[in-house]
Design a protein around this ligand. Structure first.
Ligand SMILES: *Cc1c(COP(=O)(O)O)cnc(C)c1O
Length: 361
């Protein structure tokens, strides 16, 4: 078996012990005579997986009792619509920070539902920087403030979050969920597609505070109403059982490895290695993002020419490091360094970068 170092932005690398355990128990799940994907989602063995995943999320985040953990389908993208459908009533407005591609998509959907006020637009800086949280002019009457914690494509990440006072913060954490400790009580709602840090595509995690549930619109079809899932323990309809089983394994792995404090330390180390390789290259590599908002999950960088970037990506792949091409919308290079990327993987990339610069600079 041959496994490469996988720097893809998502779906992305998962812990090898998790993949191996899933393989080993796939055909017959723990003495049940069937696979986890063949049994009822109301059967006890699946319930243990489902509620086990809920309690691991609660434990890892030290989640207060007045938050619910929901598992939904539809990816983070469905949340772009569900959030305003539930929480943006007629006559109210929400505040949006346009920090990159994902925030723009979320904002476009919100505008179809209700009134949006843009409190930050990164367009003049090509979405390559973030404002100081304290500089945002927030509307104290807003229904919520929407943030994107980490812009996976642009490589910018909020290092600290604004204080929105009484206004609940709704945050898309798809690409940095469970990569650092979090002041959860600042947020009214957090959502994350699983396929970056917590599992395979198909499951979406939503954390919602009880007072937000009380604000949900009464007019929505069942699946689109957060209360349906809160009341039904995310078993109102068939949940994405295999994805959630994998999520539970990833959460167990993270807990055993030291939880969020450990994840945060490794994210600092991995991204530090790659940013140092950029800064130490005498200008061969450059990072377009200023230090105060550089992402610890997605490190974006440029080489002196597009031709060299192409060669870099190809030679890295030949050396066993894949997924380093930047997103097609922005070009350049990008190394995604999620929770499951070993420190040794970031070290190998930093070494390769130094060698490539020495040969081509
Ligand atoms: C990947 C990603 C999304 C889209 O997630 P889907 O699960 O594909 O809908 C949304 N927001 C951010 C920040 C992402 O990284």
């Amino acid at each position: 078996m041959h496994r490469i170092l996988n720097f893809n932005a998502g779906p992305s690398t998962l812990p090898l012990p998790v993949l191996e355990q899933a393989r080993d128990e796939f055909v017959e799940f723990r003495g049940t005579g069937m696979s986890i994907v063949e049994m009822s989602h109301r059967a006890k063995p699946y319930e243990e997986v489902h509620f086990g995943a809920v309690s691991l999320i609660r434990e890892l985040l030290d989640l207060p009792d007045h938050y619910k953990v929901l598992f939904l389908g539809g990816g983070a993208t469905l949340q772009f619509a569900m959030v305003p459908m539930n929480l943006l009533p007629a006559g109210r407005s929400c505040d949006f920070t346009l920090t990159g591609s994902w925030a723009k998509k979320a904002c476009d959907d919100a505008r179809k539902i209700g009134s949006v006020s843009v409190v930050y637009d990164g367009k003049p800086v090509n979405y390559l920087s973030l404002p100081a949280p304290a500089d945002l002019m927030l509307d104290p009457a807003a229904a919520y403030l929407h943030l994107t914690a980490n812009e996976t494509i642009g490589g910018v990440q909020w290092q600290s979050f604004p204080d929105a006072g009484e206004v609940p913060i709704v945050c898309d954490m798809s690409s940095d969920f469970l990569s650092r400790r979090l002041p959860v009580d600042r947020f009214g709602l957090i959502y994350a597609g699983a396929q970056k840090n917590v599992g395979p595509a198909g499951a979406t995690v939503v954390l919602i505070r009880d007072d937000m549930l009380e604000r949900c619109a009464d007019t929505l079809p069942a699946y689109l109403d957060y209360r349906t899932h809160a009341e039904g323990d995310s078993l109102y309809n068939t949940p994405p059982v295999f994805a959630l089983y994998m999520v539970k394994l990833v959460l167990e792995h993270l807990k055993a490895a030291g939880g969020l404090a450990a994840a945060e330390k490794w994210a600092d180390q991995r991204s530090g290695l790659v940013y140092d390789a950029i800064e130490g290259s005498g200008g061969f590599y450059s990072c377009p993002v200023p230090p105060h908002c550089r992402s610890k999950m997605n490190v974006v960088f440029r080489l002196p020419s597009e031709a060299l970037e192409k060669t870099f990506v190809a030679e890295a792949a030949a050396a066993g490091m894949e997924g380093l091409k930047g997103h097609r919308s922005v070009g350049g290079c990008r190394a995604s360094l999620y929770n499951a990327m070993p420190i040794a993987g970031a070290e190998a990339l930093a070494r390769f970068m130094a060698e490539f610069a020495a040969q081509n600079g």
